[in-house]
Unconditional design. Structure first.
Length: 303
């Protein structure tokens, strides 16, 4: 939050409104100071102090270039100031004939007009006609570079996704080192498609999306070969033991894609052991020991 006087000097609306506010406040405070205090409304003093503190606060927000972050707060504070100044104007005009009181009333009336103008501006949408007209005179970009901040955040998010992919693609490698750029591009494309389609094809999933991190670490994901879903006795001894925490009942029959050895077929009402149930394809085990993936919308978890 650096201090930049250009944030204030580059905005003609800020210069004109705050300068007008200081001048009218001086007029009001001068009239209040020269008035007969026995007949002067006491709450007007508090209203004038509140008004100058609010003007100073707005000035600092412009100087630190964070006015956009506090617009809604300023609308509430300016509404209170508008009530103070308009009420003081009413009491000073209709309950006194003193010239000093009338001078203070004139200053309060102008301050009320200023507060109303600022309420309309700060409470308006940046794309409203009034705000666009006012901001057209400004010498700095609108929204105070918030769009740049969004682009910066989006860039950081892209970097985070890339780093996450790096860890997923090959956990043994440090960030920034890849052996297979084609794998990276295909994986990113698959991730983008997953948010737009109800279920990805099994050939895109490769049976790996629902594995836990421990399973991923035990597999070489850079290999183009798919694992077998059925283990013989010799292979079972060398494969890690997989625990299936849930049971599911098949709602419909499903025929596995013959081009994808990771899928398993099952019939309606068949009971399966399942795990990694966060994704659209679940890891499943049949009663005969066959392990593979199944579409989650074809099965229902049992209590």
């Amino acid at each position: 939050m650096p201090f930049k006087i250009s944030g204030f000097l580059a905005d003609p609306f800020a210069i004109s409104t705050l300068s007008f506010g200081v001048i009218t406040w001086i007029v009001a405070i001068a009239g209040a100071a020269s008035s007969d205090q026995s007949k002067f409304p006491r709450f007007t003093w508090w209203g004038l102090v509140y008004q100058i503190l609010l003007i100073i606060a707005i000035l600092f927000l412009y100087l630190f270039n964070i006015i956009e972050l506090y617009k809604f707060t300023l609308v509430g504070l300016l509404s209170i100031a508008f009530v103070y100044t308009s009420n003081s104007t009413n009491n000073l005009i209709y309950n006194s004939t003193s010239s000093a009181n009338l001078c203070c009333a004139a200053g309060c009336m102008l301050l009320a007009m200023l507060n109303l103008t600022l309420i309309i501006y700060f409470g308006g949408h940046p794309e409203s006609p009034t705000n666009q007209f006012i901001d057209s005179f400004s010498l700095k970009p609108s929204h105070h570079n918030h769009l740049d901040d969004k682009n910066f955040n989006a860039h950081n998010l892209d970097d985070d996704n890339e780093e996450e992919f790096k860890r997923y693609a090959n956990p043994s490698q440090d960030a920034g080192h890849f052996q297979d750029n084609n794998l990276r591009q295909s994986q990113l494309t698959t991730n983008n498609k997953s948010s737009n389609t109800p279920y990805m094809s099994s050939s895109q999933l490769n049976g790996l999306e629902n594995f836990s991190s421990s399973d991923i670490n035990n597999r070489d994901l850079t290999s183009n070969q798919k694992r077998s879903t059925i283990y013989n006795n010799e292979q079972a001894d060398s494969q890690p033991v997989m625990n299936f925490r849930y049971k599911a009942k098949a709602l419909y029959s499903y025929d596995a894609n013959p081009d994808d050895i990771n899928e398993i077929s099952f019939v309606k009402d068949e009971i399966l052991e399942v795990d990694d149930i966060d994704g659209k394809w679940w890891q499943a085990k049949k009663a005969n020991g066959q392990i593979g993936i199944c579409p989650s919308n074809y099965v229902k978890l049992l209590d």
